[in-house]
Design a protein around this ligand. Sequence first.
Ligand code: FES
Length: 126
Amino acid sequence: MPPYEKHVLVCTSCEGCPGFQLLKALRQELKRQGAPPHIRIQGADCLDACDFEDTVMVVYPEGAWYGKVALEDVEEIVQGHLLGGRRVERKLIDFPARTVGGVPLAPGSSGCATSQESDGTPTSST
Ligand code: FES
């Protein structure tokens, strides 16, 4: 079916975070809204953004990174962003504002302290 108009990756790797619940809720809400076939939502391993926010998801092609996404935010994100094309600004991760020693950070520039291998073994960042 690709290419998708929107491709959503939800971190389901965060230890103790509700990533799987978020993934399920996003899919349910999208289905409730009519489940357009051009939108794909899938779970992903660590997105290397867990040092910034937990419960992380990213929407492509925009590259809109959302953090601290709660189940209460799902309807707004699905209706507003995935179907309406309007980012939910209040949930976007402000990467330029995140710095270490004055150096701006971006996704992938820091390690993931809480990610796990598929067997549950914590991974180490390098
Ligand atoms: S972004 Fe969730 S474990 Fe890294």
